[in-house]
Design a protein around this ligand. Structure first.
Ligand code: SF4
Length: 392
């Protein structure tokens, strides 16, 4: 199928790209791109995507769906391949799929149908909504209607990575092999397709990767944007470096826990019902420390609404999604920061960074743990020259 070019500008991952751009060969693509569009514009738009992903934003400021967007999508894929960094790749794939979700949700039904057809999905589209059931409450009966049905094989393929209970095939109305599906849910499935599509294929073939990287570096403008991304990542990755910090079996990190974490753990231990955000904070942080799943589940066991099976599912789900734990700024905005309450010297005064030769604030609870662990591992007889002035 040959989809309209306007739709392709928005969704360059559609298979029809090949029909509209049969001559797009990656070997010459990069050089042609920089001949066709100003370098500054390409760099700015690519960098905006990376910066947004590194800041964990949900959308990209000033995102445009024009013809250049098609080239930028391809360039993004090449960059992710040669960057060869899982942390960056996952962030970009998540963000890119969210941008596309936001755009798709604005499309009319006929366009969604055309997109499904281009993706070779067996989707039935009804111009007038069809009724497939009713939701009966005390005094009201709500008719369940939709304009879409999707073949269950395609449904299963697209929903394979989405583990919410309500998405399971058994929880969805199905007749004659087709699932009745709401437009929003259908678009959520397409979003997942996009996320996977952006991820480069995993390969251990580093020699080929190096050869490709060298080849692309022959285009100066490409090398420039690559370097800018690396520079940007170096600045931001400090926030993510904690991922190298591992929980080893039998070790007790509790002495190194920051006040915000201690407070919520204490609440859980006391059987206080934790809020949704408190639960997320705990789970994301403990996953980052590679705490065993059963230990995390046990922490919740004192809570009034504890259900082991449900908690186990949610903890595993968060693990699989690799959610990033909250930073101090976020925790402060949620009123979770307990630096003042605990009068914690490290949280209140920060630490000395030898790398940048300056006093730095604690920006992440995982840094706090890292620094505490470092301090505890140093020989006792090396005194600090100043309070809080160390060579972390
Ligand atoms: S400064 Fe950060 S680590 Fe310390 S208590 Fe506040 S949020 Fe937690």
């Amino acid at each position: 199928m040959n989809i309209r070019i306007e739709l392709l500008n928005h969704y360059p991952w559609l298979p029809s790209l090949k029909d509209h751009y049969p001559d797009l060969k990656t070997e010459v693509f990069i050089k042609e791109l920089f001949k066709k569009y100003p370098k500054e514009e390409i760099h700015e738009r690519i960098l905006r995507i990376f910066k947004a992903a590194f800041q964990n934003l949900e959308q990209v400021p000033k995102y445009e769906s024009d013809e250049l967007n098609i080239y930028l999508y391809l360039m993004l894929k090449i960059l992710l391949y040669v960057l060869d960094n899982k942390s960056i790749t996952n962030r970009i794939a998540n963000l890119y799929s969210k941008i596309n979700y936001a755009e798709l949700i604005q499309e009319n039904d006929a366009n969604i149908d055309a997109i499904c057809e281009d993706l070779d999905l067996e989707v039935l589209y009804y111009e007038h909504p069809i009724t497939y059931g009713a939701h009966i409450t005390k005094n009201q009966t709500e008719r369940l209607q939709t304009n879409f049905r999707i073949h269950f094989i395609d449904y299963l393929k697209l929903a394979a990575n989405l583990r919410d209970d309500y998405r399971k095939l058994i929880n969805n109305p199905l007749t004659e092999g087709y699932v009745f599906i709401q437009k929003r849910s259908l678009i959520r499935l397409i979003q997942e397709f996009v996320r996977v599509k952006v991820l480069p294929k995993e390969s251990d073939d580093k020699a080929t990767l190096t050869a490709y990287r060298e080849k692309y570096f022959n285009t100066e403008e490409f090398k420039e944007i690559y370097d800018k991304i690396i520079e940007e990542w170096k600045e931001k990755k400090e926030d993510f470096e904690f991922k190298e910090f591992k929980f080893s079996k039998g070790s007790d990190l509790s002495d190194s826990f920051p006040p915000c974490l201690k407070e919520i753990l204490q609440k859980a231990q006391d059987g206080v019902n934790l809020t949704h955000n408190e639960r997320l904070f705990l789970v994301f942080l403990l996953h980052a420390l590679e705490y065993p799943v059963d230990k995390i589940v046990d922490i919740f066991s004192a809570l009034p609404d504890f259900n082991r099976e449900k908690t186990l599912y949610q903890v595993n789900f968060a693990l699989e999604k690799k959610y990033t734990p909250h930073k101090c700024d976020t925790l402060k905005s949620l009123n979770f920061c307990m630096a003042e309450k605990y009068k914690d010297e490290l949280c209140l005064n920060g630490y000395y960074s030898r790398k940048t030769d300056e006093q730095k604030k604690i920006s992440h609870p995982l840094f706090y743990i890292q620094i505490k662990q470092y301090r505890m591992s140093r020989p006792q007889n090396i005194p600090n020259t100043q309070a809080g002035n160390e060579n972390e």
